[in-house]
Design a protein around this ligand. Structure first.
Ligand SMILES: [Zn+2]
Length: 398
C-alpha cells in the first residue's frame, strides 16, 4: 500500500506526530504528503503544541507561513526575559500578537504607584512581509522600523539583539528634549518641577547608562514560576518601592525555609540580580500594637527574641501599625487603592534586606520584617533605613 492511497485526514494525522522539521522533509518525499503538509489544521496544531500559539494570536496570517518563517526560527524568544543592562536590569515580554512576534519592555510605574500597570515600550518585532519574507525590525528611535539582528545565545535561555541602524535612535529630537521627555516618563513630572539634586544625579546616571543598551542588549530567560501549596504568599513578580531609586521589580521564589526576593530591575546601589530580600520562614513573628510603637520598641524585641514559641500556630490575623518615625514608601496609598485595611496583617516574619553604597560598595544584610497583607500585597520594614517599602504583585505582563 502506498501513502497516496490514504485519505488526506489520515496523512495529516500521521504528519502531526512528526517534528516540524520532519514535516517539511516529508512533504518533499511525495505529492500526497506535500498536499497533507499544506493543510492549515496541521500547522495550527504545530503552533499550539510547540509554543501555545492560538488562533486569536495569529489573526488573519497563515499558520504555515507564521510557523515556518517566524516561529521555527524565533519561537524560542517567546516568554519573559531579564534585560542584561548593567545595574538596572529590566523586564522584557515577548509574545505573539496579530501574527507577529512583538518584544515589549515593561517599565515600572512611577514611584510609589506599584498598583499601576507597567509602562510598555515595543523594542522589536518579527513578522512576514507582503512578499512572504521574514522581517526582523527594530522599533526604537524615529523614522520607522529598521533592521535588527537577533542572535541566539550559548544556551536556549539567552539571546541578544543588535540594531543595524543605531543612528536612527539619536537623530530624532535634540538631546535635551529627549532627556526631558525621558524624565517625565520616569518620575511623572517635568524636570523643572521638583526633581531634587540627588535624585536628578541618579536619573542622569541612569539615562546615560541605559542609552548604551538601546542598540544592543542581551536577555536571560526568567523561568516560569509554578504556584505552591502551604506557603504564606505565592511566588512570582512584584513591583516594589525603593525610595530615591523609584519602583523596581523583584521575583519571589522559595528555597527550603527561606523566601527570596531577587531583583529583576535594580539600581547602582543594589543592582539587578542581587537578593534584595531574604525571609526566614522559620521565624514567624506576632507583635501587639505597643511592641510596634516605634523603632526602639521593635529593635528591643529583636534583642529579646519575639519569634513565636515553637509548635504554636500564628493567628490568621494580627495587628499592624507603622512604627513612629518610619518613612512610609507608599503603604497607605497602596492599601487605599487595593481596599486593604492598614491596621491588620496576615503574617509577619523576620528577615534581612540587602543595602549598599553606590556601586554596590560596603554591601551588608540588615534586619528587616516581612509583613504580608494578602496574596498580592506585602511590605518590608527596613529598620536600619527607617523605611517601609511596599510590594504589589505584577500580573499585567501576560
Ligand atoms: Zn534600531
Amino acid at each position: 500500500m502506498s501513502f497516496s492511497s490514504l485519505p488526506l485526514e489520515v496523512l495529516v494525522q500521521v504528519l502531526s506526530y512528526l517534528t516540524p522539521t520532519d514535516i517539511v522533509k516529508a512533504n518533499r518525499t511525495c505529492k500526497s504528503f506535500y498536499s497533507a503538509s499544506r493543510v492549515t489544521k496541521l500547522w495550527k496544531t504545530v503552533c499550539d503544541k510547540e509554543h501555545n500559539v492560538t488562533v486569536e494570536q495569529i489573526g488573519s496570517s497563515s499558520f504555515e507561513d507564521f510557523y515556518t518563517k517566524v516561529l521555527h526560527h524565533y519561537g524560542q524568544t517567546l516568554g519573559l526575559w531579564q534585560m542584561q543592562i548593567e545595574h538596572y536590569g529590566g523586564l522584557l515580554s515577548v509574545k505573539v500578537v496579530n501574527g507577529e512576534i512583538i518584544a515589549t519592555q515593561l517599565l515600572p510605574p512611577i514611584d510609589p504607584e506599584v498598583w499601576m500597570p507597567f509602562k510598555r515600550k515595543d523594542l522589536f518585532k518579527i513578522s512576514v512581509d507582503s512578499e512572504g519574507k521574514t522581517e526582523v525590525n527594530c522599533l526604537q528611535g524615529s523614522g520607522g522600523p529598521h533592521k535588527i539582528e537577533i542572535m541566539k545565545g550559548n544556551s536556549s535561555n539567552q539571546f541578544s539583539v543588535q540594531c543595524k541602524q543605531p543612528e536612527k535612535h539619536s537623530k530624532s529630537k535634540n538631546r535635551e528634549e529627549k532627556f526631558a521627555s525621558w524624565i517625565r516618563d520616569e518620575v511623572g513630572i517635568p524636570p523643572e518641577h521638583g526633581v531634587q539634586g540627588y535624585q536628578m544625579e541618579l536619573l542622569k546616571i541612569k539615562y546615560l547608562s541605559i542609552q548604551q543598551y538601546e542598540s544592543s542588549c542581551s536577555f536571560t530567560c526568567l523561568q516560569p514560576i509554578n504556584s505552591l501549596s502551604n506557603v504564606p504568599i505565592q511566588p512570582g513578580l512584584f513591583k516594589g518601592t525603593y525610595g530615591g531609586h523609584g519602583v523596581e521589580v523583584i521575583q519571589l521564589t522559595y528555597e527550603g525555609n527561606r523566601l527570596h526576593g531577587t531583583k529583576v530591575s535594580g539600581d547602582p546601589n543594589v543592582p539587578a540580580g542581587k537578593r534584595s530580600i531574604i525571609v526566614h520562614l522559620d521565624e514567624p513573628l506576632v507583635l501587639n500594637r505597643e511592641q510596634q510603637r516605634d523603632l526602639n520598641s521593635i529593635k528591643q524585641l529583636q534583642n529579646e527574641g519575639c519569634s513565636l514559641p515553637e509548635g504554636q500556630e500564628a493567628p490568621a490575623r494580627q495587628p499592624f501599625s507603622i512604627p513612629f518615625g518610619i518613612e512610609d514608601r507608599g503603604f497607605v496609598q497602596l492599601c487605599e487603592q487595593k481596599d486593604i485595611p492598614t491596621d491588620f496583617c496576615r503574617a509577619r516574619y523576620f528577615g534581612t534586606g540587602l543595602i549598599a553604597m553606590h556601586g554596590f560598595r560596603n554591601s551588608s544584610r540588615t534586619d528587616c520584617h516581612l509583613v504580608i497583607f494578602d496574596e498580592d500585597v506585602f511590605a518590608f520594614l527596613w529598620m536600619e533605613l527607617g523605611s517601609l517599602s511596599v510590594y504589589s504583585r505584577a500580573d499585567d505582563f501576560l
